[in-house]
Ligand binder design. Structure first.
Ligand SMILES: NC(=O)c1ccc[n+]([C@@H]2O[C@H](COP(=O)([O-])OP(=O)(O)OC[C@H]3O[C@@H](n4cnc5c(N)ncnc54)[C@H](O)[C@@H]3O)[C@@H](O)[C@H]2O)c1
Length: 433
């Protein structure tokens, strides 16, 4: 199929590359000129495992093109997939202006039957708002042209976006006509299987399924962090509780690790958009308010566990909100480093991918020193803080720390290290739970 993807961010670029991998002809269009010029030269503006190779391959094979001309891109495709951003407004209401603008572009450009697929995360009712915006644009042009619009939320995770897109757990398509069902089946033919079904719903249900999924994941994480707090007062190791819970099929394996809270561009944004949508309709979403409150508190939980951080030399390993991404959006590292600055600590920071994004987000400060290697961050440190579960941090040994650190305190915000081994080697080890 001939496809245009609108938006070349995490979702758009991954979708475009994966659609090309599945033998579709794809144009990825964005309003950001600099980004598109970079992409034409295969410069991926963020770190996502496997994406650079896929983009390079399909640029060379000419299955994938990049463009700033939304109109031409739309006119040259049958299927338009909208992956533009939906950031939170100041009051956390979802800002759907970019999605409406993309719909208007679609209405101003279409010259024959086309289908607009909305992948951006949007509140219920957005599909209808976009349909009206498109109709208005077509009316202004005084032409007769048919279109359909489908809500097809995205569930990929940063850090495993390519894998998640090529092998999704399920595909949700909110549709209200038969023609679109056939197109969606064709589009996703080689992505789906019996185990990875397409679930057809109404557009509004599809919109809510995305919010409900993110709410559930955030709830699971805040739940396990609350259990971790309970373990701390009971003198019990949370890892044993996690093990005992995760083999229960009703509970599930994922999103059940205690830590310094969740971050990223989606969970907080989406649960707050849901709370806000509820508030506008006089629905008090108590559970999600508590989930968010627990998470914000959790980011600084290590300061409750250990009181001796004032004026210390602190090595912070891990700045991105999770491993395998360079994104520091809503990451615990930002809150932790700000608090350390208030305590007049001297902070050396290291991350395998997120260092420059962190320095941009945190701003320059004389107490923050970026480091290129873990050993540089650890040199003369009194305290080590681990904030992201990068697999390479798991390999850190007591001998390595003794060689570089001055002090013997470990604050393990992801319960990554083998606490027994470090305690035995003379370290004061404090984890979560
Ligand atoms: N990042 C994730 O992990 C993830 C996962 C699932 C769903 N989502 C949702 O997908 C959507 C996109 O997220 P993202 O992380 O890719 O965002 P992003 O910020 O990485 O990228 C958004 C892109 O949209 C472009 N854009 C804005 N307005 C445009 C317009 N009118 N026409 C064309 N391009 C336009 C921007 O220039 C930018 O490149 C959001 O609604 C988000 O909530 C994100």
């Amino acid at each position: 199929m001939k496809i245009t993807v609108l938006g070349a961010g995490y979702v758009g670029l991954t979708t475009a590359a994966c659609m090309a991998e599945k033998a579709h002809k794809v144009i990825c269009a964005d309003i950001d000129r600099q980004k598109i010029n970079g992409l034409k030269k295969n410069n991926i503006p963020f770190f996502e495992p496997g994406l650079d190779k896929l983009v390079k391959k399909h640029l060379q094979l000419k299955n994938l093109q990049f463009s700033n001309s939304l109109k031409t891109a739309i006119q040259n495709s049958d299927v338009i997939i909208c992956c533009v951003w939906t950031p939170p407004k100041k009051n956390f209401k979802a800002d759907i202006m970019a999605v409406i603008n993309a719909a208007k572009d679609f209405g101003q450009s279409i010259n024959s039957y086309k289908i607009l697929i909305i992948k951006s995360t949007v509140p219920p009712g957005t599909n209808k708002i976009c349909a009206l915006a498109i109709q208005e644009e077509i009316k202004k042009r005084n032409i007769k042209v048919k279109f359909d619009i489908v809500s097809n939320p995205e569930f990929l995770r940063q850090g495993s976006a390519v894998r998640d897109t090529l092998k999704p757990d399920r595909i949700v398509a909110g549709i209200n006509n038969k023609k679109s069902v056939a197109i969606i089946k064709g589009l996703y033919k080689s992505f789906q299987s019996k185990k990875r079904p397409i679930i057809f719903t109404t557009p509004e249900s599809a919109e809510i399924i995305k919010y409900a999924a993110n709410s559930y994941l955030a709830m699971k994480l805040s739940f396990i962090n609350e259990i971790a707090g309970f373990c701390e007062i009971a003198g019990v190791n949370i890892k044993e509780i996690e093990k005992g819970l995760k083999f229960d099929k009703r509970i599930g394996l994922d999103y059940l690790h205690a830590g310094v809270g969740y971050g990223g561009g989606c969970l907080k944004k989406d649960i707050n958009a849901m709370i806000h949508f509820g508030k506008e309709k006089k629905y008090n979403f108590k559970l999600l308010k508590v989930v968010d409150e627990i998470n914000e508190k959790q980011k600084l939980h290590l300061f409750d566990r250990y009181k001796g951080l004032a004026d210390k030399n602190v090595a912070v390993l891990g700045l991105s909100f999770k491993p395998d991404t360079d994104s520091v959006k809503e990451a615990a590292s930002i809150a932790v480093v700000n608090k350390l600055i208030k305590l007049k600590a001297k902070i050396k920071v290291y991350d395998p991918a997120g260092l420059s994004a962190f320095l941009k987000a945190a701003g320059k400060h004389k107490n923050i020193m970026p480091c290129k290697k873990p050993a540089d961050a650890l040199r003369n440190a009194d305290v080590l803080m681990i904030l992201t579960a990068w697999p390479q941090f798991k390999k850190i040994t007591p001998e390595f720390l003794k060689k570089h650190m001055k002090g013997r305190v470990i604050l393990d915000g992801r319960n990554l290290l083998n606490q027994k081994a470090f305690k035995k080697a003379g370290f004061e080890y404090i984890g979560i739970g």
